[in-house]
Design a protein around this ligand. Sequence first.
Ligand code: FPP
Length: 243
Amino acid sequence: MQTDNASKAPVPKHLAIVMDGNGRWARSRHLPRTEGHRRGVNSARAVIEACAQRGVEVLTLFAFSSENWRRPESEVSALMELFITALRREIGTLAAKGIRMRFIGAREAFTVRLQAAMTEAEVRTRDNHVMTLVVAVNYGGRWDITQAAEHMKLEEVAQESHETALASGLATAGLPDPDLFIRTGGERRLSNFLLWQLAYTELYFTDVLWPDFDVAELDQAFVDYGRRQRRFGRTGEQVESRV
Ligand code: FPP
């Protein structure tokens, strides 16, 4: 339930989330890890809906990292199956809610079937404007920067515009950088997520495991975000005198 404080909290324009703790959630209940991921989809659904309702413009979810291939093969294939089933099941609702979908990451590593489902979801929702849902799959921040640098080399960019040119080659080109980063599951690290884009992002870590992360937890993160003073290198006094 949304609290009074939460309804007054400013929402981030772009929220990025590392959904961690599915495996531990399942293990603590003597369930297979894949059950944790299945429950994680429920949390993702609730968070996507709440973000759209609260006016978040871009929500980026880290669903599968470049390093997640190192997991046992059975878990990787269960995750792939889950992605495709969830996508097929949810796409109608997401489209009806005005959500635009975008996938970032080296998607050519996935099966043709999964790649086709991702492209289909992007095409079907491309004219939607309520919120952009970015799902990072086989994504790594270093991969992103490296491929942007390769792109820049090919373009032979003028010296003074290197920073802009690099940003325009990133997988998130055209989207604002995240204002708020949330990581559930107790770890306090970025794990190779959006390394360039998180330069000035407010970081929020919670011990809550992703399957237990509900709308009340999301609102709590927004309240905490609302208390932060974003200075972008300026002094606190300079920021206060601008409001
Ligand atoms: C991290 O928990 C979670 C993942 C690697 C998978 C994330 C996927 C989902 C939540 C489901 C799909 C979501 C979408 C948007 C389709 P972990 O396994 O690392 O947990 P642990 O640290 O407790 O082992």
